[in-house]
Ligand binder design. Sequence first.
Ligand code: HEC
Ligand code: HEC
Length: 433
Amino acid sequence: MKYSHVFLLAVAITALAGCNDDDEPTTGDNSPPVVAPGDSGGDGTPGSPDDGPGDGQSPGDGDPDPEPRVDIDGLPLPDTQSSPDYETYVAGQPGYYTSLSSTEFNNIRFTSVATEDNTPNDNELNNPVAKLGRILFYDVRLSANNTVSCASCHQQEHGFTDPAQLSTGFDGGHTGRHSMGLTNSRYYDPGRFFWDERAATLEEQSVMPIQDPVEMGMNLFDLETKLGQTSFYGQLFTEAFGDEAITSQRIALAMSQFMRAMVSYESRFDQAVQAELNNDPTPVLSAQELRGLDLFDSLNCIDCHTTTAFVLDRNHNNGSVSNNDPDQGVGGNLAGFFKTGSLRNISVGAPYFHDGHLPDLMSVIEFYNSGINNHANLSPDLRDRTGRPVRMGLSQADKEALVAFLETLTDDSFLSNPIFSDPFPPEEAGTSE
Ligand code: HEC
Ligand code: HEC
């Protein structure tokens, strides 16, 4: 342990002091070191591209295919210059979301998430830490062969889930379940993570994919070393934690902060709640969408998908599996119980359920309407008076109204907000927007 820290420090110092083209990484990597174009002057600010954040590149210099920015380890160099303001973004959440104990909208009472926040006292949001978390989240260095980042399976435009039913890991293998959306994951009061809740905290969860043999296939000691061989992580860890030690614990803290900043509060549903609170009579939601919300209430959806953040209060058995399905989620006493994420941004998060077997929202509604499994532990909320799984008998119009309501929870600002976007340059000029 001691040795590793001395070693890391040495690597970090070498990286900070050097930045020379002929600096050989100390161990491991067999790809040739390359210095970022325009960054080779050794100007004492490692990892700072001259071009500033994103849009500053000069397109008019006659070179349509600028070389991708690479670091001394031959791997992509992120934008380390811009400093996204996560603290202000999170503080911008409306009162009905986080501070009022409850809000009436459309004659339905919504509780707030005031008591649902799973942020631990020792990892409160702080801009430099979350900034580091974003870069780690998007960095392919976290996988054994530098091909996969967290964002490969958690894509911003999809509410940070994966449009594939099962995700493809670093070595071509497939995950056992569908990826999970990360919107509002800070508002899950039990604070446990994964469909089966096997991770006790987000901090614990965040380093599990790195070590997963299918997902990223990396061990944490090698990762610490590898990150120490870049020109920029030493600086980022220093800004975040006061010194340049790169430890897996700090990696976990930083990525958790970045993910907890992913709160969504600018959907059309929010505009509608805000308008009603302001006594603004201009209708925001259509009659169909409001009908869908009424059904969401009367069909008990709201009993599990609670609060203005539409998060589960805890894991539940919604009859998604039968008694003998090999995947029983949490298992044990809680056979057939699963966690799911917030329904905010759900319309861009297809396919659905832990196994991703439902391709669109209409199939989810059809599941609740006619397909709930008769699991021994099925929630009373989804049983009829005789105890059988409820058969809702919804009309086509009602099903469409429910889908229309769920679509009002889509937050386009969140889904394209640059503070959550990829800080690395696009791989090929031309694949970017
Ligand atoms: C190869 C695809 C893949 C990669 C890479 C990946 N994930 Fe995931 N992620 C998944 C899948 C699949 C699940 C659900 C697994 C389960 O529950 O068994 C998941 C679940 C999660 C959850 C749980 C969300 C919740 O509400 O409980 C979080 C948080 C998460 N991932 C974060 C990360 C982070 C951070 C990284 C990078 C260090 C990462 N993931 C890398 C596929 C991936
Ligand atoms: C008893 C609690 C409960 C009730 C009631 C309930 N749900 Fe769910 N819902 C869940 C659970 C648990 C899951 C995750 C199941 C799984 O993945 O196997 C889920 C998943 C979903 C998903 C997909 C989420 C994803 O990330 O894939 C949607 C959409 C959804 N529910 C909408 C509804 C609607 C609409 C209703 C009312 C008709 C409803 N739910 C009623 C507990 C409930």
